[in-house]
Write a protein that binds this ligand. Structure first.
Ligand SMILES: NC(=O)c1ccc[n+]([C@@H]2O[C@H](COP(=O)([O-])OP(=O)(O)OC[C@H]3O[C@@H](n4cnc5c(N)ncnc54)[C@H](OP(=O)(O)O)[C@@H]3O)[C@@H](O)[C@H]2O)c1
Length: 323
């Protein structure tokens, strides 16, 4: 198997490297390679490998790096995929319960390979311990597998990606009205900034659970939906829908938000407003000015905050600046 030979001492496997976030992580690793090499004390950059269930596309769309074919559900190809990697950024998701088995396949393959384990960096979701959604329980179980794997690990939880908010509106584009969750606020974050943070974490020492990351604005779902409609030139009424159940109550209570400047991973609780959030502007307070890059203390006490707004994201998509 061939690594993209940009650095001898660091090699990074990106699971889910073909997905929304994984593509951004791979791009960031390849773009930032010389910098990452320098901060690691070498002038060489990390070797990068994508894990996918499908062979490398031959239409020129694949990044210029190594490619491993494997399936985390079955374990097929995973031993070969992890061979030689000293860091794994785990972005793959089956979007369901199978994520638990998939994460176990990955940790076991890393643990049994000759030469020991690798630094496992995992992307998770803010509020998964407070919102009783089935997929969130799966993410929590996957986090536990990583924590108990005996491997060196780092887990970053973030809020919803802009892409997800956009997708929820997009699937309704043919409907005469567009539904939005009544009373629910989101703090969407851009995947390029999450990727930047993950690459920074991957280049550093294993850090355990690091402070959650969110986007620069806390906004009503209906408001975000109206923005999406405007950006796509669609004139539709937005219909706020109040859904029953504990999951939607937790969302209405803000359990999915990550206030900046909090005490660390466990600072936010359901029902507590996002500290530093100006309800008028929807801007997240001091963290937004500092940004995530400069806002972190040595132990990552402050919550990182992205700078790219939902409108910035929509404009980038419209201009074709996003894949
Ligand atoms: N979306 C959000 O708002 C959000 C927010 C916070 C955190 N996250 C987390 O971020 C991660 C990435 O999300 P995303 O939206 O980028 O996902 P995505 O676009 O749906 O991509 C999923 C990736 O997983 C890979 N995959 C699926 N099944 C696999 C299997 N059996 N074996 C190996 N690879 C498999 C796919 O690769 P192939 O199809 O090429 O095999 C694909 O690259 C997830 O863990 C998610 O929970 C998402």
């Amino acid at each position: 198997m061939r690594w993209r030979c940009v650095m001898a001492v660091r090699s990074v496997l990106v699971t889910g490297g073909t997905g929304t976030l994984g593509r951004a992580v791979v791009r960031r690793l390849l773009d930032e390679a010389p910098g990452a090499g320098t901060s690691a004390g070498t002038d060489r950059a990390p070797a990068v490998r994508v894990l996918s269930r499908r062979p490398r596309p031959d239409d020129g769309s694949a990044p210029d790096c190594d490619w491993a074919v494997g399936d985390l559900r079955t374990g097929e190809g995973i031993d070969a995929a992890v061979a030689g990697a000293d860091t794994v950024v785990h972005c793959a998701t089956t979007l369901g319960k199978a994520d638990v088995g998939a994460t176990r396949q990955l940790t076991e393959a890393l643990a049994r390979r000759p030469g020991g384990g690798a630094h496992l960096v995992y992307i998770s979701i803010a509020g998964i311990d407070r919102i009783p959604l089935g997929y969130y329980r799966t993410k929590l179980a996957a986090e536990r597998i990583i924590e108990e794997s005996g491997l060196p690990w780092t887990v970053l939880r973030t809020t919803q990606f802009h892409d997800l908010i956009a997708r929820v509106a997009s699937v309704q584009r043919r409907s005469p009205v567009t539904a939005a969750l009544a009373g629910v606020r989101f703090q969407p974050v851009d995947v390029t900034e999450v990727a930047e943070r993950l690459v920074g974490l991957a280049a550093g020492a294993p850090a355990g659970r690091v402070p959650d990351m969110g986007g620069p604005q806390v906004r009503d779902h209906a408001d975000l939906t109206r923005s999406w409609l405007r950006a796509h030139g669609l004139r539709r009424a937005v219909l706020p829908v109040r859904l029953p159940g504990r999951t939607f109550r937790a969302l209405r209570e803000g359990a999915n938000l990550v206030p900046p400047g909090g005490p660390g991973p466990h600072g936010a609780g359901p029902g507590r407003p996002a500290a530093g959030t100006d309800p008028g502007s929807g801007k997240v307070g001091d963290g937004a000015e500092e940004g995530y890059a400069g806002g972190l203390g040595p132990a990552g006490e402050r919550r990182p905050v992205g700078r790219i707004t939902f409108e910035d994201h929509l404009a980038a998509v419209t201009r074709g600046r996003r894949p």
